[in-house]
Design a protein around this ligand. Structure first.
Ligand SMILES: Nc1ncnc2c1ncn2[C@@H]1O[C@H](COP(=O)(O)OP(=O)(O)OP(=O)(O)O)[C@@H](O)[C@H]1O
Ligand SMILES: [Mg+2]
Length: 227
């Protein structure tokens, strides 16, 4: 069943930074949210997660940096157990091993703290944490921009493979149209706190309508990037 949310908006310091917005996702749909810095992408992502959680939907959020998700004083095993507890899930070693294998972190030592893992492994662990409860939607806010391009591309490939065959929809927030274009079937373009365009990826790249989409599509240096 499609997931639909309306009435998303936000005011910061007395200024409307997100105008009344409605979003819809089909099961398993991959959607990109692109726009210039400050256009309101993260604000919309947070408003979406808050609204869906308020009505009891299982929604996961992956921040830009694993530092925002992991406590440096706690072991990876502690984080995993905390996530299971938070979702009222009993400990399931097979589920963990399947997610770790899918995200290529099966070799990670769970007794170590986050800084004992590489950044790429940490971010893949955060993605595994996000998927632990089979969410209806995973929102990823610039999930690979803190990683080098090769690790970023590998991480996105692993995420795609892990989501394949599930009903989890994904919203990939990025200022990088190139990254989004390779990964999603539909693109939303934000400008000035509004979604100004919502179109299938190929159509938007070929025939951008809004000024914001035209500007993004005009910067085609992304064609040769690995991710
Ligand atoms: N706590 C805050 N107080 C005041 N203004 C804020 C606050 N948080 C965000 N804003 C403003 O809201 C607008 C949208 O910010 P937001 O972080 O959602 O943009 P973004 O598209 O995610 O940008 P970026 O690509 O840089 O992450 C910006 O103009 C920003 O300055
Ligand atoms: Mg942002």
């Amino acid at each position: 069943m499609a997931l639909s949310v309306s009435g998303l908006s936000a005011v910061r310091s007395g200024r409307i930074v997100l105008h009344d917005t409605t979003l819809q996702f089909s099961p398993a749909e991959r959607v990109g949210l692109v726009g210039a810095s400050g256009s309101g992408k993260s604000t919309l992502g947070h408003a979406l997660v808050d609204a869906l959680r308020a009505r009891g939907e299982r929604v996961a959020f992956v921040p830009q940096s694993p530092d925002d998700a992991l406590d440096p004083l706690r072991s990876m095993d502690f984080h995993w157990q905390e996530a299971e507890r938070a979702l009222d899930l009993s400990h399931d070693r097979a589920r963990r091993e399947a997610l770790f294998a899918a995200l290529a972190i099966g070799h990670g030592d769970l007794c170590k703290r986050p800084w004992g893992w590489s950044r790429g492994m940490q971010q893949r662990f955060v993605i595994a944490l996000a998927l632990i409860g089979s969410p209806v939607l995973i929102v990823l806010d610039e999930p690979t921009s803190a990683l080098d391009p090769v690790v970023a591309a590998d991480t996105m490939d692993l995420l795609d493979n892990t989501l394949d065959g599930t009903d989890t929809a994904a919203l990939l927030i990025t200022h990088d149209l190139g990254l989004a274009a390779r990964r999603v079937e539909r693109l939303l373009v934000m400008d000035g706190g509004r979604v100004v365009e919502d179109a299938p990826t190929a159509q938007l790249l070929a025939h951008p309508q809004s000024q914001a989409a035209v500007s993004l599509a005009a910067h085609r240096s992304w064609v040769s990037l690995p991710c």
